[in-house]
Design a protein around this ligand. Structure first.
Ligand code: PGA
Length: 217
C-alpha cells in the first residue's frame, strides 16, 4: 500500500471550505488539516503537530488528537525548525509522546540545500532523532527543503530522491517505510513510485490534482 498524506498547512481559511475540501479528497488519504478543524472533519486521520508538555499554552496533547480520531501526526517538518524554532530535542520528545499514545508519527527529514552533497548529515540526524525508539512504528518522509513548493520547488529526479531515502534507511536498523515529499503533483508523482507513498502540500488543496495523484499511486 502506498500512503497519500495531504498536508494542508494553514489552509483553507474557513471551516466551510475545509469541509468541502475534505469531502472531495479524503478517500484513501491521510488528510492533515489545521488542528482547529480536526473536531469538525469526521474520519480525519492526521494532525500537523503535537506537544509533549502538559501545560504549554496554545499546544495540543496527543490524547486530544487520539480522541478526535487521529491516527497519524506529522512531526519535524522543516517549516517548524526554520520559522518556529523547533529543535531536534523537541522533535525527539514529540516522537516519544506520539508513540506512547499509540499514534503513528510521520517524521520529516531532508537536506537544506541541493548543493550539500553530504548524505551523512541526514543519516546522522535520523540516528539522533530515533535513538531508543521503535523505528518500525515511524513513517519517515524524505523531504528536501529546496523541493518544497514555497521554498523554490525544485523537485528532484528519481535517483536523487532515492539517495535521500537511502540516507534515511542507513540511519535505522530496520526496514522502515519512507515517503517522498516536496512539490508532488500529478506530473511529478510518477518519479517517486519507489517510495512507500507521498506527502502533498500545495496540490492537496486542489481536489482534481489529488484525484490524479491518487490514481497513480
Ligand atoms: P509542497 O509541500 O507539496 O507544497 O511542496 C510539501 C510539504 O511541505 O509537506
Amino acid at each position: 500500500m502506498r500512503y497519500l498524506v495531504l498536508n494542508w498547512k494553514m489552509n483553507p481559511s474557513t471551516l466551510k471550505e475545509a469541509k468541502a475540501l475534505f469531502r472531495k479528497t479524503k478517500k484513501g488519504a491521510i488528510v492533515c488539516p489545521p488542528s482547529i478543524y480536526l473536531g469538525h472533519l469526521k474520519g480525519c486521520l492526521g494532525a500537523q503537530d503535537v506537544s509533549w508538555g502538559d501545560s504549554y499554552t496554545g499546544e495540543i496533547a496527543p490524547k486530544m488528537l487520539k480522541d478526535m480520531g487521529c491516527k497519524y501526526v506529522l512531526v519535524g517538518h522543516s517549516e517548524r525548525s526554520r520559522y518556529l524554532g523547533e529543535t531536534e530535542d523537541m522533535v525527539s520528545k514529540k516522537l516519544r509522546v506520539i508513540l506512547e499514545e499509540g499514534l503513528t508519527p510521520i517524521l520529516f527529514v531532508g537536506d537544506e540545500s541541493r548543493k550539500s552533497d553530504d548524505d551523512g548529515l541526514i543519516t546522522d540526524k535520523v540516528r539522533r532523532l530515533v535513538s531508543g525508539l521503535d523505528t518500525e512504528k515511524i513513517i519517515f518522509v524524505y523531504e528536501p527543503v529546496w523541493a518544497i513548493s514555497t521554498e523554490g520547488g525544485d523537485s528532484p529526479a528519481s535517483e536523487e530522491a532515492l539517495r535521500g531515502r537511502d540516507a534515511i534507511l542507513a540511519g535505522v536498523d530496520k526496514d522502515v517505510r519512507v515517503l517522498y515529499g516536496g512539490s508532488v503533483d500529478s506530473k511529478t508523482v510518477n518519479r517517486y513510485l519507489e517510495f512507500d507513498g507521498v506527502v502533498v502540500g500545495r496540490a492537496s488543496l486542489d481536489p482534481k490534482e489529488v484525484r490524479k495523484i491518487a490514481k497513480q499511486l
